[in-house]
Design a binder for this molecule. Structure first.
Ligand SMILES: Cc1cc2nc3c(=O)[nH]c(=O)nc-3n(C[C@H](O)[C@H](O)[C@H](O)COP(=O)(O)O)c2cc1C
Length: 304
């Protein structure tokens, strides 16, 4: 085990730096930029029971401090993922966590059963996508529905179960507690915030407005993520994986200080596909330069 390794109860990572769902493909799509096998793990795009075409209107727009996306969970579906993507992941020795989305409890459960059969060692339930008409976010905003969903998945899946929480709630603590009580092994936070951008152009004396509604991510959401993690850290005992606007090593340290055990990098991949790999190297250098014996020691100091 290296100095950077992370050992959760049921999941080992070589380092705490992962890429976030929806921003890094399914397998080795980023191979030409970095050696993906060096990352702690990649989290796949959300996979649902059946393939989804996603949304038709404008799907992505840049904002001052990040982006808004409205992809609508386009994905190949679980069967194709198992058939074509898992072999690629195995061949390239990539550690992965499969992100799961669904519209009903039964859909999540059916996908989780297939993950159990395929011995997929970790899944992350997306209960926090703001860009789809039904399901998903509905589970993530009500603690009773979340408890029912997580218990149902837990009953059929014995691997490492992560619940990805939304910041679009009044009390993220209640959702974290419900996930832990229902048998989750970890939570990840945060998914995107609800956002709207209106691009205004004046053409021949008339305003043309291009409106994009969806999930806001990137640098601008970092303080919201840090706030969510600090609050969760006070009330739950399972590990927290921090996500939201991470670009630099200082950002990573801030997440550790707030209580995150590991982190995921999302929007930054679109401008710098090597962010996660660079952060692994910088964290390694930082630990050695400052004489920490392990990542755990660094986290402890940051939280003291
Ligand atoms: C284009 C795009 C697609 C995303 N798709 C998913 C998804 O399929 N499942 C999911 O749980 N989160 C999805 N997310 C949310 C990210 O995984 C992450 O939680 C969020 O963007 C915050 O991190 P960031 O600020 O580093 O991007 C997506 C985000 C973006 C920008």
């Amino acid at each position: 085990m290296g100095k950077l390794s992370v050992s959760f109860d049921g999941l080992e990572l070589n380092n705490p730096i992962m890429t976030a769902s929806g921003t890094y493909g399914y397998a080795n799509e980023f191979d030409e930029f970095i050696d993906v096998s060096k990352l702690g793990a990649i989290v796949t795009k959300a996979i649902s029971l059946y393939p989804r075409a996603g949304n038709k209107h404008i799907r992505i727009t840049e904002t001052e401090a990040g982006m808004i996306n409205s992809i609508g969970l386009e994905n190949v579906g679980i069967e194709k993922f198992i058939e074509t993507k898992i072999p690629e992941l195995k061949q390239n020795n990539i550690n992965y966590i499969m992100n799961v989305a669904g519209s009903t409890i039964d859909e999540y459960v059916q996908v989780a059963k297939k993950c159990e059969n395929e011995k997929i060692k970790a899944i992350e339930l997306n209960v926090s996508c703001p860009n789809v008409k039904s399901g998903c976010l509905e589970f993530g905003t009500d603690e009773n529905s979340l408890y029912e969903l997580v218990s149902s998945v837990r009953a059929v899946y014995s691997g490492f179960l992560i619940i990805k929480l939304t910041p679009n709630v009044t009390s993220i603590e209640k959702l974290g507690i419900a996930a832990e009580k229902a048998g989750a092994n970890a939570v990840s936070a945060i998914n995107t915030l609800k956002g709207t951008s209106i691009n205004i152009e004046l053409i021949n004396g008339k305003y043309k407005k291009t409106i994009v509604q969806g999930g806001y991510s990137g640098k601008g959401i970092k303080p919201v993520a840090i706030n969510a993690i600090s609050r969760l850290y006070k009330v739950i005992n399972i590990p927290i994986i921090g996500i939201g606007g991470i670009e630099t090593l200082d950002d990573v340290l801030e997440f550790f200080a707030a209580g995150a055990q590991a982190v995921q990098i999302g929007t930054s991949n679109f401008t710098h596909p090597n962010t996660a790999e660079r952060l692994v190297e910088e964290l390694d250098e930082y630990i050695n330069k400052n004489g920490f014996k392990s990542l755990e020691e660094l986290k402890k100091e940051l939280r003291a």
